[in-house]
Ligand binder design. Structure first.
Ligand SMILES: Cc1cc2nc3c(=O)[nH]c(=O)nc-3n(C[C@H](O)[C@H](O)[C@H](O)COP(=O)(O)OP(=O)(O)OC[C@H]3O[C@@H](n4cnc5c(N)ncnc54)[C@H](O)[C@@H]3O)c2cc1C
Length: 382
């Protein structure tokens, strides 16, 4: 049995964000830390986009950022600047390299590449088992899917997407303007839109995204992207320099933060419910949670977070919005179109980030069809 101060189970976005923040904290950087994952993080398997005011901890690896975005439907073209926010992009591989190369400076950090088979807890410690080894620590920070709830068509939509980074032989894009959502597409499979984020005049991430109960076939994502690039971006000549595919749960099911009574296993990331159910955005929620954990640990306190009244309110807003879409009362396209038509983008981004003021939330509530949202909201109170 190998003992550590902390075990980080899962070395993806949440696990490595926590590790990096621990290593930046003088009071924690000497702790014996085990990071365990079933794979080495050496693939550019995802691109994170998020919005933020000012410079964040991962600013040195921000690949590109935009202060102007556009939102499009057949009836609405809205281009807007983001005020104090910047919409930022980080490539997965840059993030993994950045954190892992920092970690090599610390002899007290061990990495194990093993498949975890069990995570359990007793009153004063938690343990992680693989086929060959058992590791223990007072806390296990888990972002594997071990304790994930069952997801089905009644309680969840899937946000599924295929993204391509395309490169054109001549300057084509305006890298100052990102397309946050372009809904001018067939909605036959569910809410369907494109993200287009140009990183320079010749390269852009184009992502075909759907909110629906089922994923599409490979050929459908391919033709969705090809048609959009040809018909809307008016580009015939390009090469695909990167592809990524993802499925993110948009779920009313509860992802438990603390899956056992002793609160020795601390779920983080998607596993801890930090994926916003109505939008799929996760990166910034992970960062806030990781910083909270570090702040608690350095004061010798439990890393388990008390759920505040405001947390509960934001969860309820989020569940209400998802309930409206899931129950087919309104489509995601209609909800987002109303919000972008009536509200300032800064308010929308603050709201989606759980960072709005109560006054702004009243304005937002006033902008959407009341009966539909009140019915959905009451259902989610139960
Ligand atoms: C392609 C893609 C693009 C995304 N883009 C965005 C975006 O733009 N903005 C945003 O906010 N969110 C985005 N998300 C959602 C979310 O931010 C990511 O999924 C993020 O990686 C979640 O972090 P995580 O740590 O919870 O999970 P992960 O990063 O998936 O990490 C979990 C880790 O656990 C490991 N693991 C699992 N099971 C075991 C086991 N049994 N034993 C050992 N290790 C195990 C996995 O190998 C993995 O490394 C995207 C997701 C995907 C898939």
């Amino acid at each position: 049995m190998k003992q550590y101060d902390y075990i980080i189970a899962g070395a993806g976005c949440a696990g490595l964000s926590l590790l990096y923040r621990m290593l930046k904290e003088p009071l924690l950087q000497d702790k014996r830390i085990l990071v365990i994952d079933k794979v080495r993080k050496d693939q550019n398997d995802r691109t994170w986009c998020f919005w933020e005011k000012g410079a964040g901890l991962f600013e040195p690896i921000v690949h590109h950022q935009w202060r102007t975005l556009q939102f499009l439907t057949e009836n609405l073209t809205k281009q807007f600047t983001l005020g104090d926010y910047r919409y930022k992009m980080i490539k997965g591989i840059d993030f993994y390299h950045y954190v892992l190369s920092e970690a090599t400076k610390f002899e007290n950090v061990d990495f194990q590449y093993e498949k975890i088979q069990k995570i359990a807890a007793k009153e004063d410690h938690a343990l992680v088992e693989t086929r060959e080894n058992t590791y223990t620590a007072p806390y296990v920070f888990n972002s594997t899917g071990f304790f994930n709830p069952a997801i089905n068509e009644e309680n969840s939509l899937l946000q599924h997407f295929e993204g391509w980074i395309i490169k054109t032989p001549t300057p084509t894009f305006d890298s100052n303007v990102g397309t946050f959502m372009d809904f001018r597409l067939s909605q036959a499979h569910g809410d369907t839109f494109m993200y287009v984020f140009p990183m320079n005049a010749q390269e852009a991430l184009v992502e075909y995204t759907l909110f629906s109960p089922k994923v599409l076939s490979k050929a459908e994502y391919k033709s969705g992207l090809e048609n959009y690039i040809k018909d809307f971006l008016k580009i015939d000549d390009y090469e695909i320099v990167h592809r990524e595919f993802g499925i993110v749960p948009m779920s009313l099911a509860k992802f438990p933060r603390y899956p056992e009574v002793h609160q020795r296993i601390i779920n983080m990331g998607t596993a801890g419910g930090f994926t916003k159910a109505s939008s799929g955005y996760t990166f910034q929620f992970i960062q806030r949670n990781a910083q909270f954990i570090v702040d608690q640990l350095k004061q010798g306190k439990s890393p388990a977070q008390k759920i505040t009244f405001r947390d509960k309110m934001f969860e309820w807003y989020d569940r209400t919005l998802l309930e409206v879409i899931l129950s087919d009362k309104m489509s995601g396209k209609e909800v987002f179109a109303i919000m972008f038509k009536k509200l300032s983008p800064e308010k929308i981004f603050a709201f989606l980030d759980n960072d709005s003021s109560f006054l702004d939330e009243l304005v937002i509530m006033n902008s959407v069809p009341k009966k539909t949202f009140i019915t959905a909201g009451l259902k989610q109170l139960k």
